[in-house]
Design a protein around this ligand. Structure first.
Ligand code: 13P
Length: 251
C-alpha cells in the first residue's frame, strides 16, 4: 500500500514573516499516520520554516538542489546544506525550472543522483505542454522525461524517488486535469516503472499529481487508483486550503 504524500510548493512567494506564520499554522495540523506531508519554501526561508515546524509531522523540502557537494558554484546549494537545515525532500525538474530556467533531463538526472546520495528524497516532476498534449505527444514527452531524468537508478534507489505528474497547462491556470486525464498518465507511468524495473518497484513508487489542485477537486483526483498524493502550488499558500487537501488525501 502506498502512503499518500501531499507536498506544498511555495515557489517564489511569501516573505520571512509570512513563511514562519504559515509554517506555524501548518505545524498544528493533525496529520496522522496515513499521509506524509511536506512544505517547500524558498531556500532563504528553509531554516526559519524548519524551526517553525519543529518536530511536528509536516516535513521540509527544497525547491531545487545542485549536484555538486561543495566548491566554487556561486548561488547554488548542495544536498548536504539542505539536509543540514532539516530538509527531507527536494523538488527536481519542476516545469518552471525546465521551461523558464532551461534545465535539461541530463542536469535533472545529476541532481537526482546527488540528492539521493545526500539522503534527500527527490520529487521528480514530469509533464507535457499544452501543444504537446494537443499534438497527441503526451506519453512520448513523459517517457522521454522519465527515461532522461531518472537514468541509471537501480531499483533500490528508484524506490526512494517520488514522481510528480504536472501537466504544464494545468499549473497556476486553474485548469485542472480531469481525474480521468490524470489517471491515464499515472497508470502509464506505473507501467513504465514496471517495464523499466519490476512489479515491486512499480507498486511502491508514489506518483503525485500537480496542477491547480484545490480543496474542491482534491478528493476526486486522489480517489484515482494511481494518484498517490498531490504537489500543490497556489493552494499551499493558504493554511485552510492546504489542510483541506491533506484531509482529502486521508480519505
Ligand atoms: P498550482 O497548484 O499553483 O497550479 O501549482 C502546481 C505546481 O506547480 C506545484 O509544483
Amino acid at each position: 500500500m502506498r502512503k499518500p504524500f501531499v507536498a506544498g510548493n511555495w515557489k517564489m512567494n511569501l516573505n520571512k514573516a509570512n513563511s514562519v506564520a504559515l509554517a506555524s499554522q501548518l505545524s498544528d495540523i493533525d496529520v496522522g499516520e496515513t499521509v506524509d506531508v511536506a512544505i517547500c519554501p524558498p531556500s532563504v526561508y528553509l531554516d526559519c520554516v524548519s524551526t517553525a515546524l519543529g518536530d511536528g509531522q509536516v516535513r521540509l523540502g527544497a525547491q531545487d538542489v545542485y549536484y555538486q557537494e561543495k566548491g566554487a558554484f556561486t548561488g547554488e546549494i548542495s544536498p548536504a546544506m539542505l539536509a543540514d537545515v532539516g530538509c527531507r525532500y527536494a523538488i527536481l525538474g519542476h516545469s518552471e525550472r525546465r521551461h523558464v530556467i532551461g534545465e535539461t533531463d541530463e542536469l535533472i538526472n545529476k541532481k537526482v543522483h546527488a540528492a539521493l546520495a545526500g539522503g534527500l528524497i527527490p520529487i521528480v516532476c514530469v509533464g507535457e505542454l499544452l501543444e504537446q498534449r494537443e499534438a497527441g505527444q503526451t506519453m512520448d514527452v513523459i517517457r522521454a522525461q522519465f527515461t532522461g531524468s531518472l537514468a541509471n537508478l537501480d531499483a533500490a534507489k528508484m524506490e526512494n524517488v517520488v514522481i510528480a505528474y504536472e501537466p504544464v497547462w494545468a499549473i497556476g491556470t486553474g485548469q485542472v486535469a480531469s481525474p480521468e486525464q490524470a489517471e491515464e498518465v499515472h497508470s502509464d507511468l506505473r507501467k513504465l516503472l514496471e517495464n523499466s524495473y519490476n512489479q515491486e518497484v512499480a507498486q511502491s513508487v508514489r506518483i503525485q499529481y500537480g496542477g491547480s489542485v484545490k480543496p474542491d477537486n482534491a478528493l476526486d483526483l486522489l480517489a484515482q487508483p494511481n494518484i498517490d498524493g498531490a504537489l500543490v502550488g497556489g493552494a499551499s499558500l493558504k493554511a485552510d486550503d492546504f489542510a483541506a487537501i491533506i484531509k482529502a488525501a486521508k480519505v
